[in-house]
Design a protein around this ligand. Structure first.
Ligand code: SF4
Ligand code: SF4
Length: 184
């Protein structure tokens, strides 16, 4: 572009006027391009990595067995698992305490991949803005509630072998030592 042309464009704000004309054209057409969030919610793709949630089996039992592999896999060190023996099934464990600090989570999904029983999933929960950071410390119950909200279809719970349960019950009545509480 020649120098006088460029100077004229600068003096008469040609480019700004062109931009305004384009805006006016879309305004008159009435076709909104900008997503009107939060009135309109975005249509998120499958595989979206939002808040991490806990899942249940079809009978409502939580899937987590408290193995803490997710804790080991997490690069941000934001998961804490304290496991305990299940009172109804000796030698089977659950996460008695499960805490996920969402203020540190980078939504990488490593914990989901590390879980041997598919107890974790990335949900489409993305509205996590808050004025109270303490609300982002997720407990297992909060994560189970979110799992119930986003994952309605549940996997069938594998049947516990009756023979195995009877064996453990027998061992238990004979004073078989129980595993201690604590970090797995
Ligand atoms: S998504 Fe990544 S950072 Fe977040 S809890 Fe899982 S492993 Fe940790
Ligand atoms: S890896 Fe899965 S089963 Fe193990 S503690 Fe984490 S969520 Fe629970």
């Amino acid at each position: 572009m020649s120098a006088p042309n460029s100077l004229l464009k600068t003096i008469f704000f040609t480019e700004i006027l062109q931009g305004l004309a384009l805006t006016l054209k879309h305004l008159i057409k009435g076709k909104s391009i900008t997503e009107q969030y939060p009135r309109e919610k975005p249509n998120l793709p499958d595989g979206w990595r939002g808040a991490i949630v806990h899942l249940r089996y079809d009978d409502g039992t939580e899937k987590c067995v408290g193995c803490a592999l997710c804790e080991a896999a997490c690069p941000s060190h934001c998961i804490t698992v304290i496991s305990a023996e299940r009172p109804d099934l000796p030698q089977k464990r659950i996460a008695e305490t499960y805490i996920l600090d969402m203020t540190k989570c980078v939504f990488c999904g490593f914990c989901v991949q590390a879980c041997p029983v598919n107890a974790l999933a990335s949900s489409k929960e993305y509205e996590l803005a808050t004025t109270d950071k303490r609300s982002l410390i997720m407990t297992k119950d909060t994560m189970l509630d979110l799992g119930d909200k986003y994952f309605r279809v549940r996997e069938k719970r594998p049947e516990d072998s009756a023979a195995k349960i009877n064996l453990f019950e027998g061992l238990k009545s004979n004073g078989f030592p129980h595993a201690k509480k604590g970090k797995a």
